[in-house]
Design a binder for this molecule. Structure first.
Ligand code: PMP
Length: 405
């Protein structure tokens, strides 16, 4: 699917065709997005919102147009609900801080056992700062979320549930619409970490009915350094700002400062207006292909790779085996004596054969500890991957396992 649009994929790595299978870490950029950064710097580089001169007006229009594009992409009610951040991590930290300002000692926050550190540590820090209780929803033996146990954690002190849409280790999706419904019955605010769903699945915030949703541009073919915190307008309006300075103010005096309207109240400092332009181009690019088509393509790749891994390797452990995956799959391979081939060694040897995968704890140490291993090998797909990437992976993996066994 359109791999010719991505110039980096034409490279040779160690004399081999590049099979880039590390898309969960970051995706490659189409020429249209790369060109848009050069175009922005060449044509309308001027700080936004503050000046009346023409370049600044054009830059501001592009930035606000990008916000509209993002709002349309996730079906937000309006663009005021789109706060530009540095990425998912920054978005979750923003939410944790500002929601945290409204919570009191003894209140409870829930995360799940499959969270990325970016959706765990900010809440842990908040709980320490405000003396709140952090509770963790467990997984079932098949590694899916134990929703029955999750709902049992809900009580009158539960104020926030922050949970991944798609796990960055397991690739499986949580039933977030149902979870949000149950949480709302208990007046719990729900944040969805959509870092790994936004590139792989259609995401509709009105359908999900989540209160907040966070994602990064670089995981959906856009630039690094920019992301989004979506928040329902009526909630964002009630919350205090996160950082001070720049466009987040209305009036400032030494005695007092009043704050700007949404979304600017949450956007301190010069926004990444070059990044937002390129981000908008990335979203237009995927919209042209269609998120449903991308989702179907990547589900098929996941099914194919899972089948081939099981067929070719006797001693393989695929995590969340047999459960539908969206773009991400993790596994380990054992030697005949039952010892684990270190995932790092596998990733190193694959790299020598042009195959880029990730190994390690994938910033989800608690989940990896639960799996009882040092890490996993993680293969993750993008819209440009095809069957030949899987063939190259399987051939390179066979060679690597022979060497390491
Ligand atoms: N959450 C999940 C599920 C992720 O996969 C990632 C990125 N690996 C993040 C959060 C953090 O994203 P970023 O580093 O772009 O802030």
């Amino acid at each position: 699917m359109n791999s010719q649009d991505f110039p980096i994929l034409g490279q040779q790595i160690h004399g081999h065709r590049l099979a880039y299978l590390d898309n969960a870490a970051t995706t490659q950029k189409p020429q249209q997005v790369i060109d848009s950064i050069s175009y922005a710097y060449s044509h309308f580089n001027a700080n936004i919102h503050r000046a009346t001169h023409t370049l600044a007006t054009i830059a501001t229009e592009h930035h606000e147009h990008a916000r509209q594009t993002v709002a349309g992409f996730i079906n937000a009610r309006n663009a005021k609900e789109i706060v530009f951040t540095k990425g998912t991590t920054d978005a979750i930290n923003t939410a944790a801080f500002t929601i945290g300002e409204t919570l009191s000692e003894g209140d409870e926050v829930i995360v799940s056992a499959m969270e990325h550190h970016s959706n765990l540590v900010p809440w842990q820090m908040l709980c320490q700062r405000k003396k709140l209780k952090l509770r963790v929803a467990p997984l079932k033996d098949d590694l899916t979320l134990d929703t029955a146990q999750l709902y049992k954690l809900f009580n009158s002190r539960t104020k926030v549930l922050s949970i991944a849409h798609v796990s960055n280790v397991l690739g499986i999706a949580n039933p977030i619409e149902k979870i949000v419904k149950e949480a709302h019955k208990n007046n719990i605010i729900v944040l969805i970490d959509a870092a790994q769903s936004i590139p792989h699945l259609p995401v509709d915030v009105q359908k999900i009915d989540c209160d907040f949703l966070a994602f990064s541009a670089h995981k959906i073919y856009g630039p690094t350094g920019i992301g989004v915190l979506y928040g329902k307008q009526e909630i964002l309006e009630q919350l205090p700002p996160y950082q001070g300075g720049g466009e987040m103010i209305n009036h400032v005096s030494f005695e007092n400062t009043t704050y700007n309207t949404l979304p600017y109240k949450f956007e301190a400092g010069t926004p990444d207006f070059i990044g937002s332009y390129a981000f908008g181009k990335a979203l237009e690019y995927v919209e042209n292909i269609g998120m449903e088509n991308i989702a179907e393509h990547e589900r098929n790749l996941c099914r194919l790779v899972e089948r081939q891994l099981k067929e070719k390797f006797n001693n393989i452990k695929i995590y969340a085996e047999g459960i539908e995956k969206s773009g991400v799959i993790s596994f380990n391979i054992l030697r005949n004596d039952g010892s684990l081939i270190h995932p790092y060694d596998i990733a190193m040897l694959l790299d020598q054969q042009g195959v880029a995968v990730r190994s390690g704890h994938h910033c989800a140490e608690p989940l990896i500890n639960l799996l009882g291993v040092v890490g996993t090998v993680r293969v993750s797909f993008g819209l440009y991957n095809e069957e030949n990437d899987i063939n190259q992976l399987i051939a390179a993996l066979s060679k690597s396992v022979d060497i390491l066994s």
